[in-house]
Design a protein around this ligand. Sequence first.
Ligand SMILES: *Cc1c(COP(=O)(O)O)cnc(C)c1O
Length: 354
Amino acid sequence: MSKYWSPLVRELKPYVPGEQPKMQRLVKLNTNENPYGPSPRVLEAIREQLDEGLKLYPDPESEHLREVIARYYGVAANQVFVGNGSDEVLAHIFHGLLKQDRPILFPDITYSFYPVYCGLYGVESRPVPLDENFRIRPEDYDQPNGGIIFPNPNAPTGCCLSLKEVERIVGGNPDSVVVVDEAYVDFGGETAVALVDRYPNLLVSQTLSKARSLAGLRVGLAIGHKDLIEALNRVKNSFNSYPLDRLAQAGAAAAFEDDAWFQETRQRVIDERERVTAGLAERGFDVLPSAANFVFCQHREHKGAALAQALREQGIIVRHFDKPRIDNFLRITIGTPEQNNELLIALGTLLQAT
Ligand SMILES: *Cc1c(COP(=O)(O)O)cnc(C)c1O
């Protein structure tokens, strides 16, 4: 705290990202990265940009990238917004669309950046409890609100709504913007992009950090009615006109152009998720059904915090949230088969020893 801080900064409670440890040789299963890496074509596209030099500003509108994404999803380029990671896209969404007179709604257990943006932009919110199975109940969103946001699949639970259930929430709230944060949708969910032409209040956000294994490049996107996209452009152009550098624009476009790589690597993650889920169940864990690249699980006899600490001592990092309702759970990212084996073996030994 310093006397030079603005009143706003004094009140902020910033997001705490999952640890990015400096230690070597860790089995890092705590921030939901995809272990397979991006398509080689992404690296090639980035290298070409390097050869052309970085002395010029990038295209402020990321036109080529937005056209590639628009073609991929069968929408128009003016229905696509891109930003420096979907966290930045979400920030502009809170600022430009969700800051309204009434409180917005999101689940009580969800992506912990949402309350942080509320603090930053002065957005009132009302939590909507997940049901006893940690699922979003669409009918709970039939109440007055200034907007709605939820991840699908939800984080950190991994639980997924069907497209019908998403449509129930979007259609039931025609006077509010409904944002579906699809950071993990490619691991087993059904995207709501197919609904954007029917619902002018629907905005879908996605990221290249997870299924496309480009967390280090920082590219996210939103798809919706052109008037919603226009709101995001107004905020962006009042904040940073060049959010995506040349490398990010070229690399992201190449990622969408290599669909074979995408399909194969995401399927490998899905297959491993099913194997890890079975392995955890054998070791006494209750595992929530996951449609993401992580599982959310609790052991029937051992505390989550203690297990996370014991794994860490063996060089395996998983995420534990010290929060009401979920403080006994671990969120474990699906790694390579070798990493997942190390996890399962370590847990087997730990649980036998105690
Ligand atoms: C990872 C994640 C994001 C942010 O991804 P970026 O890396 O900023 O693109 C957004 N929403 C949820 C639910 C996430 O888990």
